[in-house]
Structures are given as structure tokens and as C-alpha cells.
Design a protein around this ligand. Structure first.
Ligand code: NAG
Ligand code: NAG
Ligand code: NAG
Ligand code: NAG
Ligand code: NAG
Ligand code: NAG
Ligand code: NAG
Ligand code: NAG
Ligand code: NAG
Ligand code: NAG
Ligand code: NAG
Ligand code: NAG
Length: 843
């Protein structure tokens, strides 16, 4: 069909050839069953009818025209002629087509304007094309008016549902210009052209319409190639194209589109496809007349965001340029006009002032949704009154006025990202930043999907501490987050696949410390975030670096059970990674610690995985489980305690995922004291307190001296247990110091190697090779010397850091503990082999 509609526009038809093969027909006896056709053309109209073989290549001998007892392959009937003929076959529609050409010459005489008839009538049921060729002076405008249902432009290669097709062309200096191909049922009501029109109407053989559907009238000059008018009667859309699309628009031409929009609706223009030509002079552009605009005509480049949310009729013109003769290129444009009701949000303007923000960007964009075939009104975001698009990006440092042109704002969401970097250690160290979604963003009527803070710190120099405004709960299967939003913490180190977990307000996690770059994503799960946004907020402090991947400070409430789990849940803690929990137990409470399973379940390829529980008191017993041993039975802990989990390099499939639960119950002993106090009066209590203080002093003096000092495992990485009871002399209020003291603690848990609960006394030697598996993008840069020593081999015979000569490839050995190594360092709680700086961390 495309061929048909373009054929005539391309050039003169090979008409004379059709008559060439006249056949002499022997006998009229061969007349087919098809009824006789009579075509009679009046002498007044310049009409010619061609009956010719169709494009389908049936064998030509199957069917012929029988005319005046002769078999003809084709027939031409000219003005004033009458022809009576039949077809040889019963299905001539498979073999023959009709073409009716009518020439209308407005140059030499008056033009027969008005309704265009489909003449001649009573044509045989063949595919037929009516072609009206109107010649007119270049100064005369001609207007085609289409009755309802108007026309709809189709893209090249598309076909009309009912196959009824209008092809319209014009000419520029005798060169045919294709204005467009149209179907019924659209918005195009009028097409104005200048200097002649060629219109072809194609009807399939089984279409028996008897009207053309259009009028021709004359108009004064339009001074451009053409004007296409679209009339919208309700919501809808129209797709329109520049002349000759997808080929280039004629050089230095002007084409316009007018749009009639019902007063209560709004229109938006979007350019679906365009290319520019190579201009030598002038500039290709589009110009709008927008009702209400004070700057009409509004000039846009084709690459600009086109106007939207326009109320009232508007028009749009495409202006070409003088093209480069050598390399003209092609100007072409495919665009869409969407007309829909102004949405309730349409009139509301939101101010988003990001003047004070830095390194932040936000986009309001469509949620990914499955597409349906029905008409979906566009959902546009407008910046200012008319610059609307389906996707808007805002950047920090600017202020925006935003409105929405959208029937359903749940089709949109907001995604924002902000980067915070510490580059100057001296400057940012111990500085604090608040992670808060700005209120200008919260007030928007669109759901905030993700607000991501990317926190970057210098490697091995600075770590991060996050203190939420409300204590956090970790999302677990046993205790789901039920808030409207959560924080999702994951590593932002390239190649490090580490997800700390999802955390929501309303829990016991007071502080989360992570070793290095992370991304904190505030993700909302329901529209209620607006009402719950007061619970957001997290302070980030840049603190001196430590070695664990993460440290969680947990202060449980007496009521609830606290569930905690290792990072990368379901995928396993990354190899050779260590994580710690610092869990507070109030003086009058006992913590009950339960693991969700009996064993770690990890299978180590190299190294060992450890789970260590240690109470933060003098002479605290360390409860240690290795990957090949059962985890401790549920137990009660009377003091603040650490849980440390450090991974080996596990085998595929057998990963380390641990979850545990902490719950508090009132301490019976304290009850005793209270009762005693109540009974015995103040003096008894004072006496008891005195005893306690003495005991504490004593134990302080004794601290550490009994600690075995040996043993390093999983060297070169971050597997260190949080440390030793003796380091925790300070009160709970100063817990931060504990953290750092502990983090940087030299490894002194040789007794771990005696098996859990110290049951085995035989020296155990294990050989560990440094992690040599895939390192991903993590640069294999060695840790600083001090930490290297502390994390690598600490040989019992070498109590001081004289081991630097070892190469990384050398196996590290565990060996039996010796107690002397750390003597003399315990008083200030500073690890033997560490710098003092971690002590300075406290806020
Ligand atoms: C009929 O149309 C043809 C083609 O345009 C033209 O050559 C011819 O002069 C016309 N005849 C009359 C009588 O207008
Ligand atoms: C008539 O049109 C139909 C569909 O438009 C097409 O399939 C058929 O081949 C055409 N007939 C001829 C003879 O070209
Ligand atoms: C054409 O004009 C006639 C008379 O002017 C009018 O009745 C008819 O509705 C018009 N048809 C179209 C398609 O505009
Ligand atoms: C025109 O559109 C209406 C409504 O969309 C539809 O019912 C009708 O079938 C369409 N007609 C044609 C010829 O496509
Ligand atoms: C078209 O056909 C309808 C009914 O078949 C008839 O009423 C009408 O007059 C016809 N119109 C023309 C222009 O022949
Ligand atoms: C249309 O044509 C008629 C007769 O040819 C003429 O009188 C009239 O002025 C023309 N109208 C315009 C707008 O050119
Ligand atoms: C835009 O034009 C290019 C090149 O002709 C074509 O590949 C692409 O599909 C077009 N896109 C649309 C939306 O029509
Ligand atoms: C566009 O609209 C303006 C204002 O209504 C009008 O002056 C201008 O002639 C129109 N242009 C076209 C091409 O319709
Ligand atoms: C944007 O906010 C900043 C700080 O809140 C304020 O100083 C500035 O005046 C605001 N800008 C505008 C244009 O309202
Ligand atoms: C939004 O716009 C940006 C930049 O123009 C683009 O990268 C992104 O893919 C767009 N998103 C959607 C959903 O259209
Ligand atoms: C963290 O990000 C900073 C800045 O991009 C980079 O210099 C540093 O190396 C990153 N840290 C790690 C551990 O990759
Ligand atoms: C966060 O920092 C702000 C200002 O620095 C402070 O007012 C607020 O109390 C801090 N909140 C927390 C939870 O530390």
C-alpha cells in the first residue's frame, strides 16, 4: 500500500504502456461469470479511469478484461468515454485495481470548490485509488477540509486499520513534497497548502463508501509550505511529522501546525524524533504562539524541552535553513501533542530551594511500570509554567518552581543522591554532618523512593560513625521493620560487595561505625513518609580509622528482644571480614544471648572463622566458637559485652550468616541489694558499696596481667576481636573510647586457640596464608605498618614489632600464647603496637 500511495507522487505514471498489449479475442463465449461493468465519464470533468493489474503478481493469464469482445490486460477510460466490460474471472479484485485521476485546473478557469465527490459512482469492487490533482497559482492557498472523524497522521510504513488511506502532497518548484499519510479517525481537520495539491484516497475493494470526506476551498496565500490544523474535542494525543518525513524537510521552508484545544484541557508538546540539517545560513528552530505568553513567538531549538501544560489554542512552526550545498543533512521532526485535563496538582506550585545544598541531585521520574495499550495520559513535571517533561532533574545550588501535570502522581517517584567526602583529614576529622532529607523534598506530592548519601573518606585514615536521631532496628525475619522508611547501608567501595543491612527507627542500635566509604540509602516503603519524616536523621562523624568492617553499638531497651545479624545476610559475610557488636547491659539487668542456630555453618577454605563473646569487665572469660565448633548455648551476661564475628575465606556455598537475639531481664541480685538496703538501712548499703569499690580497684590493678598475649589470625585483614576485658575500665558513658581502644587492640587472644571455652590446652598451630582469592577492585595496598604488625604475625618470642621483614606471602602462624608480651602497656589501655591516636577519638 505504501507503494501505491507514493507511486503517483513520485512521478508520471507509465500510462501509455498499459494499452500496448491488446489481445484479439476469438469468441465472446469466454465471458466470465462476473457481471458487466459500465463506466461512463462526463465530458465536463477531466477524469481518467485506469483499470490495471494490481501489484500482486498472479500469473497474468488467469484473468483479463473483456471489452468489446477482446481480452485486454488493462483499460483506460478517458473523459467523455463510456466503457462496458467484464472480467474473465470471478475474483477480479485479486487481479485488478482501479485508479481514478481527476485533474482540476484552477489556473485556466474557475475552480470547482466545495465538497469533493467520489466520481464516477458505481465502480466495480476493486481496490481503488482516487487521485485529485489540483493545479493552482503559487499565490493561491488551497485548503482541504476533512469532515469528522477527522484524519490521523501515520508514520511511514504504518497502515490504517480500515486500510482507507489519504496521501497528501504538494510541490515546491515542481518537486513533489510529501505532506503526510493519514487514516480516518484523528484530529487533523484542515490542511492548507499553496500552489497545488495532490490528494490520493485509497479504498480497499470491500469498502463501499461513496463520499470522499473532504472539501476543497481557496484561501489567500499562506506564505509557507503548509499548515496542518488539529482539533481536539477531548483528551487524546496526535503524532505529527515534518513534510517528507522520514526524509529531509525541504530546504529553507516553513511549516506550521495549529491546535484547537478545548478550554478546560491542557496541551503538551514533546519531540519524539528529530535530526538537524547542516545550515549554512539561518537557524533551524521551532516557534510557538502560546496563549498567555508575553514573549510570543517563543523560539525553541529542537533539542530544547518543549512547552507543556498550555491552556488554549496554540500553534507551532518549523523553520528550516539554507543548507550546506555539499553536505545538506536532513531536518526532520516527529512530535506528539498530548491533550489532557489539568490535574488537581496542576495549579499548585512547589518551591524546591536547593541553594544551600551541595553535591546533590534529585530526579523526579516515572516509576517503571508495565505498559498497556490503552491511552495513558502523560504524567509531566513542569519547571516553571510551561517547561514540562516526563522526567526532571534538579541539582544543588538552584531554586526551582515545580508543578505537576499528571493524573496520578503515584506514577512518579523521586530519586536523590548526595555525596559527602572528607578530603582534608585535618578539616573533617571529628566533624559531624547531618543526613536529612530536606523538607522541600518531603513536601512534594511525589513519593521519595531513595535518598542516597554517598560518604567518602580517605582510605585507612578516616572511618565513619553514624548516630541516628532515633535508635535503629535491624530488619530481620524475626522482627520486620514496620516503619515507612528504612536506611540501607552498603559499602561504597568499588568492588566490595558488602551490604550491612536495612535499619529502621525504633530499635536499639545507637551507633553504627563503618570502616570506610559507604552509601546510606533512605528508602521509603509507603506514602506515609511525609508523616513519619520527623523520625529521620542521622549524624555522620568522621573518626579515625579502625579495622573492623563495622561496629554496632547496641543499647537494648528492657522490653523488647533485639535481633541482630551479620552483614550480607543470605549471601554470607564477605571473606576475611570482621564485624563487632558492642552491647550494653544496664546494671540492673541481665542480657540473655541466643544464637539462631547451633553452628556457624561456614566451611572455610583458608583460615578460621570465629565468633567471640566477651564481657567488658576485668578477667572476663572469652567465649569463643570456631567455625568447626558449635556456637555457645543461650547464656546470660551481666555486663556490657562484645560479640565479634570474623570470617575465614569460605568455600563456595557454605557462607557465614549469623543471627542472634539479645533480651534483657531484671537482675535478681540487684533486687537483693535493694532489699538489703531497704531492710538494713543506709549504713548497710554504704558498706556494700565500699566493698564494691574496693573490689573494682583491686581488679583494676590486676587487670591484663593474666591475659595471654598471642595469636593472630586472618592477618592482613580486618579480623580482630574487639578486645580485652581489661581495656574497659571506663564507665559506660565513655564507651567510645572503648571502641577505639578495642579496635586498635593488638591481638591477644591466643587462648582462643585452645578451643572454645578453653577446654583444650594443647598448643594448636594453624597455618594461614593471606587471602589470595579474587580481590575484585579492592586495591591490594598493604595496611599501614603499625596495623600490619598488629594484624599479622605476632610471634610470642617477638613481643615487639620487629617483624616487618616478612613478605606478604609468608604463612602466618598461630602458636601457643605467652603472657609476657604485652606487659606494661595495660595501664593506659593503649594497644602495644598501636599509635596513640585512636584514644583521641572521643567526642
Ligand atoms: C486534463 O488534465 C491533463 C493533465 O493535467 C491536462 O494535460 C489536460 O490539459 C486537461 N484537460 C482539460 C480539458 O483540462
Ligand atoms: C487489494 O488490496 C488488498 C489489501 O489492501 C491487497 O491485499 C490486494 O493484493 C489488493 N489487490 C490487488 C489486485 O492489488
Ligand atoms: C463541504 O462543504 C459543504 C458545503 O459547503 C458542507 O456541507 C460540508 O459539510 C463540507 N464537508 C466537509 C468535509 O467539510
Ligand atoms: C475510530 O475511533 C473510535 C473510537 O476510538 C472507534 O470506535 C472506531 O472504530 C474508529 N474508527 C476507525 C475507522 O478506525
Ligand atoms: C452514499 O450512500 C448513501 C447510502 O448508501 C446515500 O444515502 C448517499 O446519498 C450516497 N451519497 C452519495 C454522494 O452518493
Ligand atoms: C476563491 O476563489 C474565488 C473564485 O475563484 C475568488 O472569488 C475568491 O476571492 C477566492 N478566495 C480567496 C480567499 O482567495
Ligand atoms: C527515530 O529515528 C530513528 C532513525 O530514523 C529511528 O531508528 C527511531 O526508531 C526513531 N524513533 C522513534 C521514536 O520514532
Ligand atoms: C499562530 O497564532 C498566532 C496568534 O494567534 C497568529 O497570529 C498566527 O498567525 C498563527 N500562526 C499560524 C501559522 O497559525
Ligand atoms: C533558599 O534557601 C536559602 C537558605 O535557606 C536562603 O538563604 C535563600 O534565600 C533561599 N533562596 C530563595 C530564592 O528563596
Ligand atoms: C531521566 O532523564 C535522565 C537525563 O535526561 C536520563 O538519563 C534518565 O534515563 C531519564 N529517566 C527516565 C526514567 O526517563
Ligand atoms: C573512598 O573514596 C575515596 C574518594 O573517592 C577514595 O579516595 C578512597 O580510596 C575510597 N576508599 C576505599 C577503601 O576505596
Ligand atoms: C546531630 O547533630 C546535630 C547538630 O550537630 C545535633 O543537634 C543533634 O543532637 C545530633 N543528633 C544526634 C542523634 O547525634
Amino acid at each position: 500500500m505504501g507503494g501505491r500511495s507514493r507511486g503517483w507522487a513520485a512521478g508520471p505514471l507509465p500510462l501509455p504502456l498499459l494499452l500496448a498489449g491488446l489481445l484479439q479475442l476469438g469468441a465472446a463465449a469466454q465471458v466470465g461469470r462476473w457481471t458487466e461493468v459500465e463506466i461512463s465519464l462526463p465530458p465536463g470533468d477531466n477524469i481518467t479511469v485506469f483499470v490495471k493489474r494490481g501489484t500482486l503478481t498472479w500469473p497474468t493469464n488467469l484473468c483479463n478484461i473483456i471489452f468489446q469482445r477482446r481480452r485486454l490486460p488493462s483499460l483506460i477510460i478517458k473523459r467523455g468515454e463510456k466503457a462496458v466490460f467484464t472480467f474473465e474471472c470471478s475474483d477480479p479484485e485479486k487481479h485488478y485495481v482501479l485508479e481514478v485521476q481527476k485533474n482540476i485546473d484552477c489556473m485556466s478557469g474557475p475552480c470547482p470548490f466545495g465538497e469533493v465527490q467520489l466520481l464516477p459512482s458505481r465502480l466495480p469492487a476493486l481496490n481503488r485509488t482516487f487521485i485529485w490533482n489540483v493545479k493552482a497559482s503559487p499565490k493561491v492557498g488551497l485548503e482541504l477540509q476533512f469532515s469528522s472523524p477527522r484524519l490521523q497522521q501515520i508514520r511511514p510504513g504504518e497502515t490504517c486499520p480500515d486500510l482507507v488511506t489519504y496521501s497528501i502532497s504538494s510541490s515546491v518548484e515542481k518537486t513533489a513534497v510529501n505532506i503526510g499519510t493519514f487514516c480516518s479517525n484523528g484530529t487533523v481537520s484542515r490542511i492548507k497548502m499553496q500552489g497545488g495539491v495532490k490528494l490520493a484516497l485509497y479504498l480497499p475493494w470491500n469498502e463501499n463508501r461513496n463520499f470522499s470526506g473532504f472539501n476543497i476551498t481557496n484561501r489567500s496565500s499562506i506564505r509557507r509550505l503548509c499548515i496542518i490544523e488539529s482539533v481536539f474535542e477531548g483528551e487524546g494525543s496526535a503524532t505529527l511529522m515534518s513534510a517528507n518525513y522520514p526524509d529531509g524537510f525541504p530546504e529553507d521552508e516553513l511549516m506550521s501546525w495549529q491546535f484547537v484545544i478545548p478550554p478546560h484541557l491542557r496541551a503538551s508538546v514533546s519531540f519524539l524524533n528529530y535530526t538537524l540539517s547542516n545550515c549554512e545560513k539561518k537557524e533551524e528552530r521551532v516557534e510557538y504562539f502560546i496563549p498567555g505568553s508575553l514573549t510570543n513567538p517563543e523560539v525553541f531549538q529542537l533539542g530544547d524541552k518543549q512547552p507543556g501544560n498550555m491552556a488554549g489554542n496554540f500553534n507551532l512552526s518549523l523553520q528550516g535553513c539554507d543548507q550546506d550545498f555539499q553536505n545538506p543533512g536532513a531536518l526532520r521532526l516527529l512530535f506528539q501533542v498530548l491533550v489532557q485535563y489539568p490535574q488537581s496538582e496542576g495549579n499548585k506550585v512547589y518551591t524546591v530551594n536547593l541553594s544551600n545544598e551541595r553535591a546533590m541531585s534529585l530526579s523526579i521520574e516515572p516509576r517503571p511500570l508495565k505498559t498497556s495499550r490503552r491511552f495513558v495520559p502523560a504524567c509531566l513535571i513542569c519547571e516553571g509554567p510551561t517547561r514540562c517533561s516526563s522526567n526532571l532533574t534538579l541539582t544543588s545550588g538552584n531554586k526551582y518552581e515545580i508543578s505537576f501535570l499528571c493524573d496520578d502522581l503515584t506514577r512518579l517517584w523521586i530519586i536523590a543522591e548526595k555525596s559527602i567526602s572528607c578530603t582534608d583529614i585535618g578539616y573533617c576529622s571529628r566533624k559531624s554532618y547531618q543526613l536529612l532529607v530536606p523538607s522541600d523534598i518531603i513536601q512534594l506530592p511525589v513519593e521519595l523512593r531513595d535518598y542516597t548519601w554517598k560518604l567518602f573518606v580517605p582510605k585507612d585514615k578516616i572511618s565513619l560513625q553514624m548516630s541516628p536521631a532515633q535508635k535503629l532496628q535491624q530488619h530481620t525475619h524475626d522482627k520486620n521493620c514496620e516503619t515507612t522508611f528504612s536506611y540501607m547501608l552498603s559499602s561504597a567501595v568499588q568492588g566490595q560487595n558488602l551490604y550491612f543491612g536495612s535499619f529502621c527507627p525504633g530499635g536499639s542500635i545507637e551507633k553504627i561505625q563503618v570502616k570506610t566509604n559507604i552509601s546510606v540509602v533512605l528508602r521509603t516503603f509507603s506514602p506515609g513518609f511525609f508523616n513519619e519524616s520527623f523520625r529521620q536523621g542521622m549524624n555522620v562523624t568522621f573518626i579515625p580509622s579502625f579495622k573492623d568492617e563495622g561496629i554496632f553499638t547496641v543499647t537494648p531497651d528492657s522490653k523488647a528482644k533485639v535481633y541482630l545479624r551479620t552483614p550480607n545476610w543470605d549471601r554470607g559475610l564477605p571473606p576475611l571480614t570482621s564485624v563487632s557488636w558492642n552491647i550494653s547491659v544496664p546494671h540492673d539487668q541481665v542480657a540473655h544471648l541466643t544464637f539462631s542456630k547451633e553452628r556457624m555453618g561456614v566451611s572455610c577454605e583458608t583460615g578460621r572463622a570465629f565468633m567471640i563473646i566477651q564481657e567488658q569487665k576485668a578477667k572476663a572469660e572469652e567465649i569463643v566458637s570456631r567455625d568447626d565448633e558449635p556456637l555457645p548455648k543461650p547464656r546470660d551476661l551481666h555486663h556490657n559485652f562484645w560479640v565479634n564475628i570474623s570470617n575465614c575465606s569460605p568455600m563456595q556455598g557454605k557462607q557465614l550468616d549469623l543471627q542472634f537475639c539479645v533480651s534483657l531481664t531484671p537482675r535478681k541480685m540487684d533486687m537483693m541489694v535493694i532489699i538489703l538496703a531497704a531492710v538494713g538501712g543506709g549504713s548497710t548499703l554504704l558498706f556494700a558499696l565500699g566493698l564494691l569499690i574496693c573490689y573494682a580497684k583491686k581488679s583494676k590493678n590486676k587487670k591484663d596481667s593474666k591475659e595471654p598475649a598471642v595469636g593472630i589470625y586472618n592477618g592482613n585483614i580486618n579480623t580482630q576481636i574487639p578486645g580485652k576485658a581489661g581495656k574497659f575500665q571506663k564507665g559506660r558513658k565513655e564507651n567510645d573510647s572503648h571502641v577505639y581502644a578495642v579496635i586498635d587492640d593488638t591481638m591477644v587472644y591466643g587462648h582462643l586457640l585452645n578451643g572454645s571455652n578453653g577446654s583444650s590446652t594443647s598448643p594448636e598451630v594453624d597455618v594461614y596464608r593471606p587471602f589470595q582469592g579474587p580481590m575484585g577492585d579492592r586495591p591490594p595496598s598493604p595496611p599501614p605498618i603499625c596495623s600490619r604488625i598488629s594484624t599479622k604475625k605476632l610471634h610470642p618470642e617477638d613481643p615487639r614489632p620487629f617483624l616487618l621483614s616478612e613478605s606478604d606471602g609468608e604463612p602466618y602462624t598461630f602458636s601457643h600464647p605467652k603472657t609476657v608480651a604485652l606487659k606494661g602497656n595495660e595501664d593506659n589501655g593503649i594497644p602495644l603496637l598501636e599509635k596513640k591516636e585512636p584514644e583521641e577519638v572521643m567526642e
